[in-house]
Write a protein that binds this ligand. Structure first.
Ligand code: MLT
Length: 412
């Protein structure tokens, strides 16, 4: 028999969301009459905007026309989409990037998971805690960690706690780190990194020759004009940061799949002899070897998000989810919960009621309110004592979920 990658055996039994799905299915089988409201996984519910659908349809028609048909496209993405990204996501915010620095992909989950491949096995990696599990699990798969301990921390990874005490904005690492994952607006806490805080991270990375993986998949939900949407709004970031963006949560592409990452040409790593190596060139090599590009109709659909109507429609969708977040925040606060997030983000981070841990709260809320939330401990040890609610729901479901959650009796 072929030997397997032993590092996979170190992984916790299941990925968080399938485990939640398993518990919800079991509950539904035993309670077929229960009308379950799902505010667990951050999956969108609103349909694709009409301008996106029109472009999508037109591009599918082109694929059926012998004169317009396209086979393989450029692996990095079609220029029409890359140009729109450069213009609307960056130039409009005073950031100048080159088209060679954008790599269109099929999702930020894949990108944030795959990016570590082009870095050395000995890299010291820091993650915030709680954290999007993909950042951690892919480090485990790559062999950069030891075993998981009783608290749920993998040996060899540096965990930077995001707690109530630090306003869910983790402190800088104490020692030298090579790779750092940051996510703002944050999944799961809904917290945002201010300009001053991001500047400190960029300065740390420059002093320590570290690379920041900046997950900005939720940037469209920022309502505070003082909060940066891109790490490249921070001086010097182009020398130390890779940024991840997605069409999933803004334009409803979770099932359609389109995202991109930015790998600046100024960003360098080093080889074993200490010679600088272009990270952009390495990622280009990796991307063009392992990926054949996002389909042409999907890229046309994504580009429509930047048309005048598309922009308005995407803003409407974002505003809809933000209003959900406001309703959840206000309703739960009224019911006595301690709630943060949900102002510049589609996620709310809620303290578990007295006497209940994260999974205990999940089970009680599922069984008594028939609402699915996400247990905070699923995002890391510092998530224990919290749960996450996603604002990606239909308005009537969100309103109903708040009513039901307010009615659950927790131990005072
Ligand atoms: C989440 O619920 O954390 C997200 O749906 C994860 C993802 O986007 O992959």
């Amino acid at each position: 028999m072929a030997p397997i990658n032993e590092h996979y055996l170190k992984l916790k039994a299941g990925y968080l969301f399938p485990e939640i799905g398993r518990r919800v299915r079991a509950f539904q089988e035993n309670n077929p009459q229960a009308k379950i409201i799902r505010l667990g996984i951050g999956d969108v519910v609103r349909p694709l905007p009409s301008s996106v659908i029109q472009s999508f349809h037109a591009a599918v028609d082109e694929m059926g026309d012998p004169k317009a048909f396209r086979g393989y496209g450029p692996e990095q993405g079609y220029p029409f989409l890359i140009d729109a990204i450069l213009e609307h996501d960056f130039k409009a915010r005073g950031v100048t990037l080159k088209s060679s620095e954008i790599f269109v992909s099929d999702g930020s989950k894949c990108d944030t998971g795959n990016i570590q491949e082009i870095f050395g096995a000995a890299c010291r990696v820091a993650v915030t805690d709680p954290v999007y599990p993909v950042y951690v699990d892919t480090q485990v798969m790559a062999g950069r960690t030891g075993m998981i301990d009783a608290q749920g921390r993998y040996e060899g990874l540096t965990y930077l706690p995001a707690t109530e005490a630090n306003g869910f904005s983790p402190d800088l690492p104490k020692g030298k780190i090579d790779l750092i994952y940051l996510c703002s607006p944050n999944n799961p806490t809904g917290a945002v990194l201010t300009r001053a805080v991001l500047q400190r991270w960029v300065d740390y990375a420059r002093q320590n020759r570290a690379v920041i993986f900046f997950d900005a998949a939720y940037e469209a939900f920022i309502t505070d004009p003082a909060i940066p949407h891109s790490i490249y709004e921070i001086a010097g970031a182009e020398e130390v940061a890779i940024e991840f963006r997605s069409f999933s949560k803004t334009a409803g592409f979770t099932g359609t799949r389109c995202a991109y990452l930015v790998v600046p040409e100024a960003l360098k790593g080093e080889d074993a002899s200490g010679n600088p190596v272009s990270i952009n060139a390495l990622w280009h090599r990796r991307h063009t070897t392992k990926f054949n590009g996002v389909s042409y109709p999907v890229q046309r659909a994504a580009a429509a998000c930047y048309s005048p109507e598309g922009k308005i429609q995407v803003q409407e969708t974002v505003a809809y989810y933000l209003e959900n977040a406001r309703l959840i925040r206000a309703g739960l606060a009224q019911a006595g919960f301690s709630v943060s997030g949900g102002v510049n983000a589609p996620y709310l981070w809620v303290k578990t009621p007295k006497g209940l841990d994260s999974w205990g709260t999940f089970d009680k809320i599922l069984s008594e309110a028939h609402v699915v939330i996400t247990p905070g401990s699923g995002f890391g040890p510092a998530g224990e004592g919290f749960f996450r609610i996603s604002a990606f729901g239909l308005r009537e479901d969100v309103v109903e979920a708040v009513t039901r959650l307010s009615a659950v009796s927790f131990v005072p």
